[in-house]
Each structure stands twice: as C-alpha cells, then as structure tokens.
Design a protein. Structure first.
Length: 221
C-alpha cells in the first residue's frame, strides 16, 4: 500500500473525510495543503530529499483569495506534476462530473483516477486507492463511460443542424416545425426525439444542455 500521501484540498471537511479513509487503510504518513502551489513545492522538495510522495489526492477547483497562484487549478497541477514527476500516482477528487472534463484530466493531464465527490465519494475513493496502487486506473461509476471514444464519423449534416437549433433554444416541437418548413426529412416530432436520444447516448450526455456543451467542445457546432 502507499506509504506517503499528500492531500491537496482547501475545504477542511473534505480533507477530514479523505484522512479517515487513509487512516482506515493504515496509511499514517500523510500531509495536507490548501494550495496547488504548495502541493507542487512539497512534492518537489520531497523528491529532492529522496523521500518522495507515492500518491497525491487533489481537488480540481480551489477558492481564490489574495494569494496569487502559479498553478490555479488541480488540473494544471496534475499536468505539471506528471511532466516533472511521472512516477507519482494522482487521484482527482472533484464535484465536476462533465465527460469532457474527465477526459481532459485523465487523457491530457494524465491523472490515474477520477473520483466524484458525493454520497458514495469516500467509498469510491477507497476503491480508487486500491486500483491505482495496483497500477490500474479508476473512474467513479457515474462517469465510467467518459473515456469511451465518441465517433464523430457517425454524425451527419442532419445531426449538426438539429444540435444547432437546440443550441439556439428551440424546443423539439419547434425544431420539427422548422424542419418541415425547410423540407428537411425526417421532420416528425417522434423522429426528432429519437435522434436526440441517440445523440445523447453517443456523446454520453445526461441531457440536451450537456449534449450541446460537448458538441461545442468538439467543434461540431
């Protein structure tokens, strides 16, 4: 099991919950910081002293105050650490559950696990610690499909136009009427509803708003 752990979290109540998990796992050598800059410096100093941290558990969002930060978010911190200290394992512990954010943190910043804060967050964090220790990655169940590759090749002009109208605030009924007036087929309300359901499944979106957000991030609309 991990021997030396750093917690980067600015809310004491959350830190206390993480500490309870570490203590239950008999991990006694843990340290806590409230700023990303402090986390980076502490990990760097430990590595230079040949007493490196095995694991970092970090939030993504930190409340801004008077102190100017070089690493303004957990995501920036993770990416910097993985570039300079590639052997350290990093678990993200965040309320953010958008698929595009999960993909960014896991694929671009190279985190080893992404755990969602919530009712079962601490239990999932414990599972993540075991998985990461074994060299595996971990995602909370509610975001388990976030890394699934979305095939944009299946998206046609009809889908693009449909999502553009959704983005403009039109209801499904209004989209149906719009398509009928422009002789776009299919244009029935049921066809529109089914296509939106298919698009949401394809992009792992919980609702139409998230669907539009993902489509914009991918540059589709």
């Amino acid at each position: 099991m991990f021997k030396k752990v750093l917690i980067s979290e600015d809310l004491g109540s959350i830190s206390n919950g993480i500490v309870s998990i570490l203590e239950a796992l008999h991990i006694d050598n843990f340290h806590q910081v409230q700023y990303c800059d402090d986390a980076f410096l502490k990990i760097k100093k430990a590595a230079q002293s040949e007493q490196p941290f095995d694991l970092l558990i970090t939030d993504l969002s930190f409340i801004a105050d008077h102190r100017k930060q070089k690493y303004a978010s957990g995501e920036i911190l993770i990416k910097a650490l993985k570039q300079e200290h590639p052997t350290i394992k990093i678990i993200t512990y965040s309320v953010e559950d958008r698929a595009q954010k999960v993909r960014s943190v896991m694929l671009d910043s190279k985190a080893d696990a992404y755990v969602c804060k919530g009712r079962n967050g601490l239990k999932q964090l414990e599972e993540a610690i075991f998985k990461v220790y074994k060299g595996q990655t971990y995602l909370s169940p509610q975001i388990s499909n976030a890394l699934r590759k979305t095939s944009t090749s299946e998206i046609d002009d009809f889908d693009i136009e449909l999502m553009k109208l959704l983005a403009n605030g039109l209801s499904q009924d209004e989209i149906s009427q719009n398509f009928k007036s422009r002789d776009i087929i299919p244009s029935s309300l049921s066809a529109i509803e089914k296509r939106i359901v298919k698009l949401r499944a394809n992009f792992n979106a919980k609702n139409a708003t998230q669907l539009i957000s993902i489509a914009k991030d991918l540059g589709l609309i």
